[in-house]
Design a protein around this ligand. Structure first.
Ligand SMILES: [Zn+2]
Ligand SMILES: [Zn+2]
Length: 246
């Protein structure tokens, strides 16, 4: 399994091409796109053919995780003449996003609503979903293939942990929007600080941890130091176009 970061800027786009959340997961037989935040469709086209897309997963309907579905819709409909592309997203996402296409996706996508504890097979991948601590219905996703497990936390506050998928994921790709006490990371928070991401990945016995979704303007090196201390060893930091073997 290979993970390519299409964008990793937290909540809004960063300077110099810093797209929002999007990840390409390639396995022997499948190409999955996890979150299509603003800027990620452009970056996707640098790393592969949209024609090869097996399925799209949208973790929640915040624009930084789904805005590029509109560009994808146009490309599939008018550029590629492709329809029925599978999309997995929380209940209500299809209808909510459809307001900008006059309520009709024209059959371009085959929508499947996913909820807490759901599991499904896509190509040679097994997907599992877990509801995180984030206001709109938000699903963390585990991708299993080639004997490896990737857990993507989506957006979450501290009241959820990748332990929900069981211990020992090969890579936990965790949001880490804030640092220390710099952001609203206390009770009822809707995002994590780097330390909290490290603690939760450590408790889930993750083999490796990659931080993502950092708030633009924060010093990423400080997040890495904070997250590493909590995780107990070196961690990875997501960067646009970075490829990682899992
Ligand atoms: Zn976000
Ligand atoms: Zn969000």
């Amino acid at each position: 399994m290979e993970l390519t970061v299409l964008g990793c800027s937290g909540s809004y786009g960063a300077p110099a091409g810093g797209a929002c959340s999007g990840y390409l997961v390639r396995t022997a037989q499948s190409t999955l796109w996890l979150d299509c935040g603003n800027g990620t469709l452009a970056n996707l086209q640098r790393h592969g053919l949209v024609e090869d897309l097996t399925a799209l997963v949208i973790t929640h309907w915040h624009p930084d995780h789904c805005a590029d579905i509109y560009g994808l819709h146009v490309l599939l409909k008018y550029g590629l003449g492709r329809s029925g592309v599978p999309v997995y997203a929380p209940e209500g996402t299809e209808a909510r996003l459809a307001t900008l296409v006059d309520g009709d996706w024209g059959g371009i996508f085959a929508w499947s609503a996913v909820g807490d504890g759901d599991a499904t097979g896509v190509g040679d991948c097994d997907l599992r979903f877990s509801r995180t601590a984030h206001p709109p219905p938000t699903m963390a996703v585990e991708v299993s293939a080639d004997g490896k497990r990737l857990v993507y936390t989506a957006d979450t506050g501290p009241d959820w942990s990748p332990e929900a998928f069981g211990p020992g994921a090969d890579l936990v790709l965790s949001e880490a929007s804030f640092q220390g006490n710099s952001g609203p990371v206390g009770a009822n928070a809707i995002h994590l600080a780097a330390r909290q991401a490290g603690e939760r990945a450590q408790a889930a016995q993750a083999r490796r941890l990659m931080l993502t979704h950092l708030w633009p303007g924060l010093d990423p090196n400080a997040s890495v130091v904070e997250g590493s201390e909590a995780f107990g060893r070196e961690i990875l930091l997501a960067a646009p176009h970075q490829r990682t073997r899992i």
